[in-house]
Design a protein around this ligand. Structure first.
Ligand SMILES: Nc1ncnc2c1ncn2[C@@H]1O[C@H](COP(=O)(O)OP(=O)(O)OP(=O)(O)O)[C@@H](O)[C@H]1O
Length: 619
């Protein structure tokens, strides 16, 4: 240490804080370190008087020096100090008493409070920054973990998920979406996804983006759920999708939309196959129903479709007409007395026609009750009327693709005749209780044992239905007018009956055959079949015995005598008189003579006039 207030190297070692040695008695700064010289701005030229640096005079300094002398060490902030240029210094003085041979010395350390505050603030700021950085890192780690987890969730989702911003540009695409679409995230991110995957409908129609429900979600804040549209894969193939597009918000501002979609191609394909299978099942069921009904019909009516037996000109003509008409689609009207084989002819026409693989439906019109007539012909839906427990097709529907045989067609009530004609002409039926019309394609064969001309004339049968049915007439001749058919028929019917009865076939003796041939057979072939069957049951000793219900076998009829025109005219007049007598002179009306004769009343009036008949002739 030096006795001058110049720099003292020992003080450099002692302290980095501004420090000086003061002789309080002479108010002299004996030594300083550079920090103190710099702080106080000591200038050797201006001398080393310490009191120059005291802002409020020496009083406080004296008090402090006494305290230091008394305690050995002390500190104070009461001594206000100035730099050499008069700048106020904010310092804390720390004093230490030093014994010296030349008197007491005061070692003063000046703590620059201003700098200390500054450092404290910097330290605090540094501390805060350090803490802030840490928090920031923590937040960053938290969010990146969150994002990673979200990515994991998005990628693990089975549904395709993608996001678009408010400009329709793709913002994210999950793995499932990339797999389903064949487009990678790189292909899609930042691009207009609609133009890549949603540009056309399945039918090839262009799909403008402003019509797209996804566009509407991010433009008009709509949640849209779509059940069946297509997205286009990168390889150009469509996939059927269902999707939900939901608008998304950032701080309550519409930011875009998220689309969650599912590939339903397989489901749609399965639905299509299922629908097809169900349609097929329904068609098969209908067909089975029809065929079942046909079989039932066949069993109920006990119609064995035997071949038509007979060699008479009448039978040969019937066979020729069957051959002529069966391959056409023409409707056929079969007339003839009961039991003459009309149903057999109808079956033969069907069997020879192109419709033979489809059913032949026989409807015995006279046997259907008037209550169920409509449902019988047109069918009904379940619940259409009390007792309609299930859907049922009508006879017209059952005959679809095949043939409908209207047996005893004249028995149909007039109203039903009209309904039937409309359905047949329109080629469609509507089941009772159904709104849907069903197409029918059928051929109609009608048969009757009545004189249809007469029925029409009598107003009991619709003329338009008559014309519809009578496209191709076939007449079955009564058995009595074709006796040459009786032997082959008798043998044929006997073979059938014995087969059915499981009996040996007896022989028909010549005498028996003559008896059969002479009999007038009012019941025609049906009666012959019954007689033969009874005979087969009662026959013994291998011979057929026939019982003809006590009717006398008439003598063989003489060949018909040839009549002159005059004789025929005479017969007509007599017949007309007998007819008018029968009707009590009534000409018109259902029970009038005209109806009985099968001619129009006007025709009858003109005939009465022509023959000059008067009431006295039939009274
Ligand atoms: N030519 C024939 N050859 C063989 N069997 C016949 C012949 N004609 C009629 N039959 C038989 O006679 C029976 C009566 O015939 P079918 O029922 O066809 O008569 P139909 O004229 O339709 O009678 P209906 O007017 O009473 O209904 C049937 O068993 C039928 O097989």
């Amino acid at each position: 240490m030096r006795d001058t207030p110049d720099r003292d190297d020992s003080l450099d070692l002692m302290s980095l804080a501004p420090t000086l040695i003061l002789d309080p008695a002479s108010d002299t700064v004996l030594a300083t370190n550079p920090q103190a010289a710099e702080l106080l701005g000591l200038d050797p030229a201006q001398g080393a008087r310490f009191s120059r640096h005291l802002a409020d005079g020496p009083a406080q300094m004296v008090v402090f020096a006494d305290e230091v002398a008394h305690r050995g060490t002390a500190w104070t902030r009461r001594v206000k100090m100035l730099a050499a240029d008069g700048t106020a210094l904010d310092v804390e003085l720390r004093g230490k008493f030093l014994e010296h041979t030349e008197g007491a010395r005061l070692l003063l350390t000046l703590i620059d409070l201003h700098e200390m505050n500054l450092r404290a603030e910097i330290a605090q700021a540094a501390e805060m920054q350090r803490a802030g950085l840490f928090e920031w890192h923590r937040a960053q780690a938290f969010f990146s973990e969150l994002e990673r987890r979200n990515q994991l969730i998005l990628n693990a989702a089975g549904e395709g998920i993608y996001g678009v911003n408010a400009d329709g540009k793709t913002t994210f695409v999950n793995r499932a979406a990339q797999e389903m679409l064949g487009w990678t995230a790189d292909d899609l991110l930042g691009t207009d996804i609609h133009s890549k995957i949603h540009h056309h409908h399945l039918n090839g129609e262009f799909y403008p983006s402003h019509d797209c429900p996804i566009y509407q979600s991010f433009r008009f804040e709509q949640v849209n759920r779509i059940e069946d549209e297509v997205f286009w894969r990168k390889d150009g193939r469509p996939i059927r999708v269902e999707y939900v597009s939901t608008p998304i918000y950032d701080q309550q501002v519409l930011a875009g939309a998220v689309v969650i979609f599912r590939d339903i191609t397989e489901r749609k394909e399965n639905e299509r196959l299922l629908r097809e299978a169900l349609d097929e099942v329904a068609a098969l069921r209908d067909r089975l129903e029809q065929e079942n009904a046909y079989l039932q019909e066949a069993i109920i009516s006990e119609r064995a479709h035997h071949d038509i037996i007979g060699t008479s000109p009448a039978t040969r003509q019937v066979l020729a007409r069957i051959e002529m008409v069966s391959r056409t689609t023409a409707n056929v009207l079969i007339t003839g007395e009961p039991g003459t084989g009309k149903a057999l002819v109808a079956s033969a026409i069907h069997k020879d026609s192109d419709r033979r693989r489809r059913p032949l439906i026989h409807v015995k019109c006279g046997a259907v009750s008037s209550d169920t007539l409509e449902s019988e012909f047109f069918g009904h839906m379940r619940g259409a009327f009390p007792g309609a427990l299930r859907d049922a097709p009508g006879k017209l529907e059952l005959a679809h693709g095949g043939t409908l045989h209207l047996d005893d067609v004249t028995e149909l009530p007039m109203e039903m005749q009209g309904q039937l004609l409309s359905a047949l002409q329109a080629g469609e039926v509507r089941r009772l209780g159904d709104t849907r019309a069903r197409q029918i394609d059928l051929r109609v064969i009608a048969s009757t044992s009545r004189d249809l001309d007469r029925e029409v004339a009598a107003g009991r049968f619709r003329e338009d239905l008559f014309f519809y049915l009578n496209v191709f007439p076939i007449h079955c001749t009564p058995l009595r007018d074709r006796p040459e058919d009786i032997p082959p028929l008798a043998m044929h019917l006997l073979r059938l009956a014995c087969k059915r009865l499981n009996r040996r076939t007896p022989v028909i003796t010549e005498g028996t055959m003559q008896t059969l041939t002479r009999y007038p057979w009012p019941g025609n072939v049906r009666e012959l079949a019954n007689v033969i069957e009874r005979g087969a049951i009662v026959s013994t000793e291998g011979k057929l015995i026939v019982e003809l219900q006590g009717r006398p076998s008439p003598e063989p009829r003489p060949a018909a005598a040839v009549m002159t025109e005059a004789e025929i005219e005479q017969l007509k007049v007599l017949n007309l008189i007998a007819c008018l007598r029968e009707t009590g002179g009534r000409v018109a009306g259902p029970n009038g003579a005209a109806a009985l004769l099968g001619i129009r009343p006007t025709t009858l009036y003109s005939r009465i006039k022509t023959y000059g008949l008067t009431e006295g002739d039939w009274r």
